[in-house]
Design a protein. Structure first.
Length: 522
């Protein structure tokens, strides 16, 4: 992507063409005067062809708990300047947020922007291959009929059709004006006859004879609500996202009679059979109770799982509790089901011969204690993100983060139990977590000294604890820890290493995004 934006616009001023690094500055819409959108040239590879686009991307939304938003608009052959009218969409986005709503992957809108016709939009997480800022939300322009399809059955069915039409896997990240719509609005589908539950970040994939349903922890609350409202005997359809790890994804149109898929090899559609033994993603999973035998099968561009009453009861219990479960097929022509929840922070078990020498928490010895308290006891926790942005990156359920912090406290206690009492009365622990369960820890002694090699060993031990999953950007928090029953009166605001980065930077560094760009670059 080029670093040279092309257009500049400020409130109450006319567009000005310039070669300098200029921006389109949006109105406040009750948000801020410094919410900007930058336009630049962008080239996207698609097979043997390079797709030339205008890239519109916001700057400043993240401070409001909203991921930055990007639009890739395919450039017309004779187009020398980007159409300013599409930048006006960002005014609409600002107004949506000012009204208290969010723009998140899996969502859709039908909007009216200045100088544009009524426009359907859907939102997806920008593929990392685009090189956009991490966890950017990508906007795709739709017809009103396509937006209705997303409203009725979720976005995955539409995205596969767009991928088929553009011959681009998994779907084209660019939007093309005046293209032929890939949906007609209300379509005859089995999904119109059953209750549906949108399951963001959940995926369903067939490999061999096993259907794997992968679920994020945040969806448990939705299962609780859905099962509380539906009869036990009701069919339930889960609308799932693209499985980016699958080799291909099903495509379906009304009237289609054979299995078709868009595949990674060349982005084209073709007839396939499961003799290919590749992993095949689906747009939904129907859970169908009161069947004589268990077994899954293909259905439109998704899957149906038939269940006996006993298996259905076990599956509901597992979904409500957040537990993995395996249900074997009762016949040779059916698929088995494996439900897998995304990992959360768990107990830390060091490898044999670990240089830090601490033991796994739990077991017969119990937690490392001193008197009635832990050897290393958290006296305060400091979050470096506002609540709305934290919820954006870890979800509404704070439980996994709380569990992660508890495990860090246990590991620290074991560490100091084995090391013995240091001169310092406390230790300040700052923790960063990035998408992909990547973590890093910074430690500083408080009210006394701790040898640097001991601090380094503590950092290694805490970094080895499995981190929680975060999305759409990093999180950061700090733990004020008293040692051996001591409670220092004062702790620093940030670790010493961060302070050094701040002094070296010409501009203030926001925590965590700006700070991690300096102290923990990818």
């Amino acid at each position: 992507m080029s670093d040279t934006p092309l257009m500049f616009w400020r409130k109450k001023k006319k567009p000005v063409v310039t070669s300098e690094d200029l921006r389109i500055t949006l109105g406040t819409h009750s948000l801020s005067d410094d919410l900007n959108v930058t336009i630049s040239r962008f080239s996207q590879d698609s097979g043997d062809e390079a797709i030339e686009c205008w890239c519109y991307i916001s700057e400043g939304l993240v401070r409001y708990g909203q991921a930055e938003i990007a639009l890739l608009l395919r450039r017309k052959e004779d187009e020398e300047l980007p159409p300013i009218s599409y930048a006006m969409l960002f005014r609409v986005f600002a107004q949506i947020m000012a009204n208290g709503d969010r723009i998140e992957p899996g969502g859709y809108s039908v909007v009216q922007a200045p100088r544009l016709p009524q426009q359907g939009l859907c939102y997806v997480t920008a593929p990392s291959s685009l090189g956009l800022p991490q966890q950017t939300t990508l906007v795709l322009l739709l017809s009103k009929e396509e937006a209705l399809l997303v409203q009725n059955v979720g976005g995955t069915r539409l995205l596969t059709r767009l991928g088929q039409a553009a011959r681009h896997y998994p779907f084209p990240p660019w939007s093309e004006r005046d293209r032929t719509p890939v949906a007609t609005g209300d379509e005859a589908t089995i999904l119109a006859r059953v209750p549906l539950l949108k399951a963001p970040s959940a995926t369903v994939c067939l490999e061999g004879k096993i259907l794997t349903l992968s679920l994020p922890p945040t969806i448990r609350r939705k299962f609780d609500q859905a099962f509380g409202q539906l009869p036990v005997s009701a069919v339930l359809g889960l609308l799932t996202d693209f499985d980016m790890h699958a080799n291909g994804h099903q495509i379906w149109q009304p009237g289609q009679t054979s299995l078709q898929a868009i595949v990674q090899s060349n982005g084209t559609d073709r007839e396939i059979t499961m003799d290919n033994h590749f992993s095949l993603g689906g747009s939904f999973l129907l859970i169908i109770p009161e069947q004589e035998v268990n077994g899954g099968r293909l259905l439109e561009d998704g899957f149906a799982m038939m269940l006996t009453d006993a298996a259905h009861t076990e599956l509901r219990a597992a979904l409500l509790a957040g537990n993995d479960i395996d249900i074997a097929a009762g016949a040779s022509d059916g698929y088995s089901l494996a439900v897998r929840w995304e990992s959360q922070a768990g107990e830390y078990a060091p490898e044999a011969g670990s240089s830090s020498g601490h033991r796994s928490p739990g077991g017969d010895s119990g937690d490392a204690k001193h008197g009635e308290g832990l050897v290393a006891e958290i006296t305060a926790t400091r979050l470096y993100l506002p609540d709305n942005l934290l919820a954006l990156r870890i979800g509404q359920d704070i439980g996994p983060l709380a569990d992660y912090i508890k495990v860090l406290e246990k590991v620290a206690s074991r560490f100091w139990q084995d090391q013995g009492k240091p001169e310092a009365r406390g230790v300040f622990i700052a923790v960063g977590v990035k998408p992909g369960r990547k973590s890093r820890v910074w430690c500083d002694p408080v009210a006394g000294e701790i040898p640097q090699h001991t601090i380094a060993a503590l950092q290694d031990a805490l970094t080895a604890v499995p981190a929680i999953e975060v999305r759409r950007g990093p999180i950061a928090f700090a733990l004020e820890v008293g040692l051996w029953g001591e409670r220092p009166a004062e702790f620093p605001q940030f670790p010493h290493a961060w302070g050094g980065a701040t002094r070296m930077s010409r501009e203030p560094l926001k925590v965590p995004d700006g700070m991690f760009g300096v102290v923990w670059p990818d």
